[in-house]
Design a protein around this ligand. Structure first.
Ligand code: ADP
Length: 343
């Protein structure tokens, strides 16, 4: 039932500065058909681990078993066979820039010696699978980031692998595109029963698509289990840090909701000071010129010689057209403005 097992796997690098232990005695079992996430901050050893799974690096200790085959001490020829079943997508897509979408996707088929007519059929199938219909003749430079990653995914699937390794595959994408790529990975996992192993530093990615997760720190897996269990009851400080990352974001949204409930009158408006201006002249103008009642609902501002940094949430009450004029005035200031509410 295990697609991948790591038994006391270590990887040490000898450098001029001395020995670096990138991966240190890692034990992991990844089940067939699951989406397994490895999360950790930069330098934790994630890339090294994924390169070990791919056979790109050899461990300096321990054993790696992929699909029942021990890959740490086999011949190059055997390793190549195993590697055909394991493919990878990358943060920066690693596409061939001088080749079209279709040619990129066909590349691994070419290398595997698939005849030309069969290649074309398979490429069309893959283009449809990843939602790139009509883009076969485009060059990578003519595609958005999300589309480039779709090409990367199609190419990785060309030779029908059993494992897809994802190396920070959405880290170069904006949040919406990230979501659509993660949705695609979920559907591929369901449709093809493919085992997916991904490394990331983003909790959202883990929470959205992974069944199980391992938390890595300084070459070790410090915590591991079902995603819900690990993050509902984090034991290690580092896991708690990842949890607080997302809950802070959720908290900010909650706080705003609460503020709207607490200050139902007038308008709530958020000002973000970016260092070019202070809040005082704005506040006095709102009060004196627009004749508004101004409540500072929340404020966290620090001052420098040239201006201020920080956020203010104001409640503006008064004549509604005066409020509108005031907001218009604020928009012209060197602050970022967001109208939160109300009526
Ligand atoms: P992550 O992917 O979590 O950021 P890495 O696996 O890239 O972590 O790196 C883990 C540690 O191993 C780091 O200290 C890194 O500098 C070191 N390292 C990785 N690859 C090499 C290498 N080829 N030679 C020397 N040190 C390396």
């Amino acid at each position: 039932i295990y697609m991948i097992s790591l038994k006391a796997v270590s990887k040490k690098f000898n450098t001029k500065q001395g020995q670096i232990v990138a991966v240190d005695g890692v034990n992991l079992d990844i089940k067939k058909g699951e989406i397994f996430g490895i999360i950790g901050y930069s330098g934790a050893g994630k890339s090294t681990l994924i390169r070990l799974l791919n056979g790109l690096e050899k461990p300096t200790g321990g054993k790696i078993i992929v699909n029942g085959q021990e890959i740490t001490s086999i011949s190059e020829a055997k390793l190549r066979q195993v590697r055909q079943k394991v493919s990878m997508i990358f943060q920066h897509f690693n596409l061939l820039w001088s080749r079209t979408v279709a040619e990129n996707i066909a590349f691994p088929l070419e290398i595997a010696g698939v005849p030309k007519d069969k290649r074309a059929d398979r490429v069309n199938e893959l283009i449809e699978l990843v939602g790139l219909e009509g883009r076969g003749d485009y060059y990578p430079s003519q595609l958005s980031g999300g589309q480039k990653q779709r090409v990367g995914i199609a190419r990785a699937l060309a030779n029908r692998p059993e494992v897809l390794l994802c190396d920070e595959a959405t880290s170069a994408l904006d949040p919406e595109t990230t979501d659509s790529i993660l949705d695609l990975l979920i559907s591929i996992n369901e449709k093809l029963g493919l085992t997916i192993v991904l490394i990331t530093h983003e909790m959202q990615v883990i929470q959205k698509i992974c069944n199980r997760v391992a938390v890595m720190e300084a070459g070790h897996v410090v915590e591991e289990g079902d995603v819900l269990e690990v993050f509902q009851n984090p034991k290690q400080p580092i896991t708690k840090r990842f949890v607080s990352q997302v809950s802070e974001k959720g908290q900010a949204e909650q706080t705003i909701q609460r503020l709207v409930e607490l200050y139902p009158n007038g308008k709530l408006i958020k000002l973000v000071f970016v260092g070019e201006q202070t809040e005082q002249p704005i506040l006095s103008k709102l009060i004196k010129q627009f004749d508004l009642e101004v409540n500072i609902v929340q404020g966290n501002i620090s001052h420098t010689k040239s201006g201020a940094f920080g956020t203010l949430i104001l409640q503006l009450e008064g004549n509604s057209s005066a409020i509108e004029d005031a907001i218009h005035f604020i928009h012209e200031q060197k602050v970022l403005t967001e109208v939160i509410s109300n009526d």
